[in-house]
Design a protein around this ligand. Sequence first.
Ligand SMILES: NC(=O)c1ccc[n+]([C@@H]2O[C@H](COP(=O)([O-])OP(=O)(O)OC[C@H]3O[C@@H](n4cnc5c(N)ncnc54)[C@H](OP(=O)(O)O)[C@@H]3O)[C@@H](O)[C@H]2O)c1
Length: 300
Amino acid sequence: MIDRREFIQTVGSAALLTAVPVTAQANGRKALPRRNIPNSDETLAVVGLGNAKVFYDGDMVTSRELIRVFLEHGGSYVDTGWGARDTVGRIMRENNAHDQLFLGTYVEGEDLPSMRAEIGRLLDVQGGDSLDLVQVMAVEDFDRRRDQFAALKEEGLTRFVGVARYNKEFYPPMMKLMGDGALDFIQINYSIMEPEAAAEILPLAQETNTAVIINRPFINGEYFGLVRGQDLPEWAAEFDCDSWAQFSLKYILAHPTVNCVLTETSNPDHAIDNLGAGYGRLPDDDHRKRMETVIRALMQ
Ligand SMILES: NC(=O)c1ccc[n+]([C@@H]2O[C@H](COP(=O)([O-])OP(=O)(O)OC[C@H]3O[C@@H](n4cnc5c(N)ncnc54)[C@H](OP(=O)(O)O)[C@@H]3O)[C@@H](O)[C@H]2O)c1
């Protein structure tokens, strides 16, 4: 595993690497820590990329740079919503990066034939035989259509299925599906500012062997408004934390049930900062209590 000193050297030289093909870098020595996807022999790197604005705007230049930086540092999971699927899929195909990238793809078809057609079109764009993860936002809908999602897996059109939402109001129906064994993945919000998932749904994910992707680590940017102008506590160095972004991400990654935390950015420098959270030590229970005190004081 890459150590912290090596990561800092890598960041310092990142600007020199822009001409290197993605695949060459992805095969290099740098790798984020990875966590196992339950009930599989696959793993995901602990820091992922969200559904970035440059992806759904189709800004291919910045999108290619983001994915290049992400792969350079061993990232794997990219969350791809409707506008972003084709952009990221094209870059995946261009670089033959199917073994490096793991795409959480939102599929909107309302019945099995339309989902088959939609997935077929996506596979034409990105290449490969199967999607990694088909996810939907309509949690109640998933319950009614669970046979259709099971069929997609049986037909080899996707390896995993899941539901993705961003608010605690969705936890009860998600937990029902988890209890029934219908989901491989959940994607939920969790952070110091929105800690409610720790009470029930994360313990249930552990119990039911459900993979967990975390969204809203920065409350869609609100967190940076809170910490702007504040000094990072000196004791953050005890868990190798260099920035306020890493402060939030390391808090999230210290929860053992979390597979991967998504970070949305259109700025490659921010992506490098965020990827840095995966390296080095994580906060212990005492640190986490102190982190909660710091952020909650700012929230008042
Ligand atoms: N399925 C769902 O219902 C759902 C709902 C919400 C979110 N999500 C997923 O979760 C992802 C992340 O959640 P989110 O949308 O709430 O975004 P977020 O990651 O919590 O926050 C994104 C904001 O933080 C800024 N940022 C990121 N890294 C930074 C850094 N190192 N330093 C300073 N600013 C930084 C970004 O600005 P810059 O671009 O300038 O860096 C952007 O304004 C989404 O992209 C999406 O994939 C899914």
